[in-house]
Design a protein around this ligand. Structure first.
Ligand code: DAH
Length: 350
């Protein structure tokens, strides 16, 4: 290696050792500055002959260019490193999963109710609601269940301050009181027609809502949900009850071969009365009879309490457990899961 090659080599080394742009500029001054080594070499040519100056000058120039190239490379490298460091420091990790906005959904019992409303809506039923704190009269007496009636003992509930002496208000034990509440309003609305001896529009309504009883186990909860049905007109028969409820159940369970059984029973507010059982033909519940509703022809005393003449108006009613329908539809075997509020359970229905 000649002296110039050594110079270039030493410049490269110095540049490589410069860790910052400022270091690099200092190193540059040592080689290319006014008092730098290359400048010295140039000055050293003064005594040379013209021929020698040419070859020497060209050689020095090549060395100078090599040093400049090394300088530029190093400058670039430092700039790149700085940029990389900055990018790294300011980096956004877009690969992190975002924060999810938890999406709510309907409770399975609400999904069931929506489904029931849709099916009965398609058969011309309105939806009515009533109070959960109910008067003794609507919950019992108006439904042909006077104070000393033994059927009351099956409907023990929570009593609330208020009401009349001996007949305190209570948390309603079923949605049936809304039959009378709704019918009374309906009759009031059509009073003029009735007074003129004309026909009033039929009452065709379902009544979903919360109900309460002193009951608690895997299939009973002190608070539960029912849905009542009522159809009153001048010519509504028990046969219509069978047609309507059968069509409803087959649509609800999406099973055309579902079998229904209307089993004679007793309710004070219907005569005759029937409990309705269903039987799936296949699936895990195939062959078993499952009770899903109470029903019957509305008792003349109840029709009278609605403000209607039982000689002219007749119809049927039914009452079913919304929670029971939800359990059957989704194959849930413990009712309490619906009311625990455990998101792991509830989110399965979305
Ligand atoms: N209210 C009854 C109960 O909770 C169910 C019921 C039975 C409702 C017969 C009705 C009916 O409308 O006609 O046990």
């Amino acid at each position: 290696m000649n002296e110039l090659d050594l110079l270039v080599e030493s410049a490269r080394e110095q540049f490589a050792r410069s860790a910052t742009p400022a270091d690099l500029e200092n190193a540059k001054a040592q080689f290319l500055g006014k008092a730098g080594r290359v400048t010295e070499l140039m000055k050293g040519m003064a005594q040379l002959s013209v021929e020698e100056k040419k070859t020497r000058g060209a050689a020095i120039n090549l060395a100078k260019q090599a040093i400049e190239a090394a300088l530029n490379d190093r400058r670039q490298a430092l700039q790149d490193a700085q940029l990389q460091a900055q990018l790294k420091a300011e980096a956004l990790d877009v690969s992190l999963p975002g924060r999810k906005q938890g999406q709510g959904g309907l409770h399975p019992v609400s999904l069931t109710l929506e489904r029931i409303q849709g099916i009965f809506g398609s058969m011309g039923f309105d939806v009515a609601e009533g109070p959960e704190i109910e008067a003794d009269w609507f919950n019992f007496t108006a439904l042909n269940t006077p104070e000393d009636h033994p059927a009351r003992s099956m409907h023990d509930t929570f009593y609330i301050e208020g009401g009349t002496p001996g007949a305190p208000n209570l948390l309603r034990t079923h949605t049936s009181p809304v039959q009378v509440r709704h019918a009374v309003q309906h009759v009031k609305q059509h009073r003029a027609l009735l007074d003129a001896g004309q026909s009033m529009p039929e009452i065709r309504v379902i009544v979903p809502g919360r109900t309460y009883r002193v009951d608690s186990d895997a299939t009973h909860s002190p608070m539960f949900h029912q849905c009542e049905g009522l159809w009153i007109g001048e010519n509504v028969s028990f046969k219509d009850l069978k047609v309507v409820f059968t069509a409803f159940c087959r649509t609800f369970f999406e099973s055309d071969d579902l079998v229904l059984r209307f089993r004679p029973s007793f309710f004070p507010f219907t005569e005759p009365s029937a409990e309705i059982d269903i039987q799936f033909q296949d699936g895990p519940l195939a062959g078993r009879w499952l009770e899903v509703a109470g029903s019957g022809q509305v008792h003349p005393n109840v029709v009278r309490n609605m403000g209607l003449d039982p000689e002219r108006y007749i119809g049927f009613a039914f009452g079913m457990g919304l929670d029971r329908f939800t359990m059957l539809r989704y194959g849930v075997n413990d009712l309490r899961l619906f009311f625990d509020g455990d998101i792991r359970f509830l989110s399965q229905f979305q």
